[in-house]
Design a protein around this ligand. Structure first.
Ligand code: HPA
Length: 269
């Protein structure tokens, strides 16, 4: 089957489950998937039951696709995403974004846990741009002309109008929302201190192992994007050691702010 045939097969499968015309795709990162539990009138499908779908293997990621109402809007939420470091091809990592587009979403809200370069644990950072440091690109291969052009523009991948609104909403909610550049790497090893110093020189304020592939595919197909990093730790060299437990623990701590912000965004964007 071609990628396009797979996309249409999966789209039709999910439509038949009742996932009709979502507006917002939500990609919820490590420890942030809980928001999907607040979706009302939910239709929930296990990843394992969806054709052409990947498998989520990371602690803190549930592995469910949830459709329904959140803050008065129809959303399609990924509770747990696919990472390149799990051994998934980029086609699998970004397949859910293709499906969001194919089902009718106009926007995606992407979240992740990230290491802070300058910013410390507990910071919420609006992503204003990214650096693709994965060494590959999810659009390599035959272009899906039905979705977007061969050489898509990435100048406004993180929709400027959404960022402005997000700042206004955060201010109203008394939530401090920083803004910065996210550098996407493959992982799974955390970075070395020398790498982080290099990334700092390159202009990054956060580093993480996701998001960049999904946003490239979203931008390719004209989806509007809002990205938020939950900074869970100082990146390597700025604190003594790094571990996944700390990442999950810090996301637990900030998730209430995070959930409030995301709901307000969905309502008002
Ligand atoms: N580096 C890469 N990915 C991460 C980090 C980090 O320090 N923290 C959470 N995700």
């Amino acid at each position: 089957m071609t990628l396009l045939e797979k996309i249409y097969e999966t789209r039709d499968f999910l439509r038949a489950k009742g996932m009709i015309e979502p507006e917002f795709g939500l990609i919820l990162g490590s420890g942030l998937g809980e928001l999907a539990e607040e979706i009302e009138n939910a239709i929930v499908v296990d990843y394992a039951d969806i054709p052409n779908w990947g498998r989520s293997t990371v602690v803190g990621h549930a592995g469910k696709l949830v459709y329904g109402d959140l803050a008065g809007r129809k959303v399609l939420a990924l509770q747990g995403r696919f990472h390149f470091y799990e051994g998934n091809p980029m086609e699998v990592v970004t397949f859910p974004v293709r499906i969001m587009k194919a089902l009718g979403c106009h926007s995606v809200l992407v979240t992740n846990a990230a290491g802070g370069i300058g910013f410390g644990p507990g910071t919420l950072m609006l992503i204003k741009d990214h650096i693709n440091f994965t060494g590959t690109n999810p659009l390599i291969g035959a272009n899906l002309d039905e979705f977007g052009p061969r050489f898509p523009d990435m100048s406004d991948a993180y929709t400027a109008a959404y960022r402005e609104k997000a700042q206004a909403i955060a201010q109203k909610q008394n939530i401090k929302l920083e803004e910065g550049v996210y550098i996407g790497v493959t992982g799974p090893a955390y970075e070395t201190p020398a790498e982080i110093r290099a990334f700092q020189t390159m202009g990054a304020q956060a580093v993480g192992m996701s998001t960049v592939p999904e946003v490239i595919v979203a931008a390719h197909s004209g989806l509007k994007v809002l990205g938020i990093s939950a900074i869970t730790n100082f990146a390597a060299g700025f604190q003594s050691e790094l571990n996944h437990e700390e990442v999950v623990e810090v996301t637990q701590r900030i998730k209430e702010d995070f959930k409030g912000l995301v709901k307000a965004l969905i309502k008002e964007l």
